[in-house]
Design a protein around this ligand. Structure first.
Ligand code: DX5
Ligand code: ZN
Length: 223
């Protein structure tokens, strides 16, 4: 069955000094999930926010918090984010030596388990963990920063991943993250994505609700 498209604004581009209000604004503005980017200064150069901030925003929204762990040794963070109220916890394939075990661990804590791939990492690397995957997050920029340009070579990879999920009978969400905006979202949705992360395309606009509605309309038209 075809899923409704999910719009997940990334709070990476929000005003961190006013995060409670920034989260409430996208919630009231009609988003589906809150995308929460965690960076450790090692897997990617910047350091952003951790489980304590996740806990702090939990009381500002009832919508799912979609945690994207761009960190090395993600197993050390999983339980803290589960306790902080995360709903989906996504780890990078490139950061996991025992990926199947990590995904099972996330599920054992009652959370949805996601796996993310950098642009250069082939889709085939997750073929054998689909039985314990609830979400695949394809990066369409090299992770680390908001506001980068969409890498068009990833569009073929979205198609390939869609085909792999369908063939395996896996109903995991196919989420795409990086450089998705009004210019690129139709290409992304048409290729088979059913969850879209948008940081600057929402938070750099004056009217978040209007930005979310426009992205949703374009994605629904194409998807
Ligand atoms: C990048 C993060 C993204 C980022 C997206 O490393 O994982 O979630 O915030 O930002 P935009 O939509 O501005 O590319
Ligand atoms: Zn992200």
């Amino acid at each position: 069955m075809k899923k409704q498209i999910v719009i997940a604004p990334s709070i990476l581009s929000a005003d961190f000094a006013d995060l409670g209000n920034e989260v409430r604004a996208i919630d009231e503005g009609g988003c589906d999930w809150i995308h929460f980017d965690v960076m450790d200064g090692s897997f990617v150069p910047p350091i952003t926010i951790g489980d304590n901030v996740c806990k702090a925003i939990r009381s500002h929204t009832d919508k799912p918090i979609d945690v994207h762990l761009m960190v090395n040794h993600p197993d050390t963070q999983v339980e803290a984010f589960a306790n902080a109220g995360a709903d989906i916890i996504t780890v990078h394939q490139e950061a996991c030596v025992h990926l199947e075990r990590t995904l099972q661990y996330i599920r054992s804590l009652g959370k949805k388990a996601g796996v993310s791939l950098n642009p250069a990492t082939p889709v085939s690397t997750i073929r054998h963990v689909l039985h314990c995957t609830d979400l695949v997050l394809l990066m369409s920029v090299n992770p680390g920063y908001g506001g980068q340009k969409y890498i068009h070579a990833v569009t073929d990879k979205i198609r390939e991943c869609r085909a792999m999920l369908d063939e395996a009978g896996c109903d995991a969400w196919l989420e795409v993250d990086g450089g998705v905006n009004v210019e690129t979202i139709e290409e992304v949705a048409a290729a088979g994505a059913d969850a879209i992360v948008a940081g600057s395309a929402v938070y750099n606009k004056p009217d978040y609700a209007a930005a979310i509605a426009e992205l949703r309309a374009l994605a629904s038209k194409a998807g």
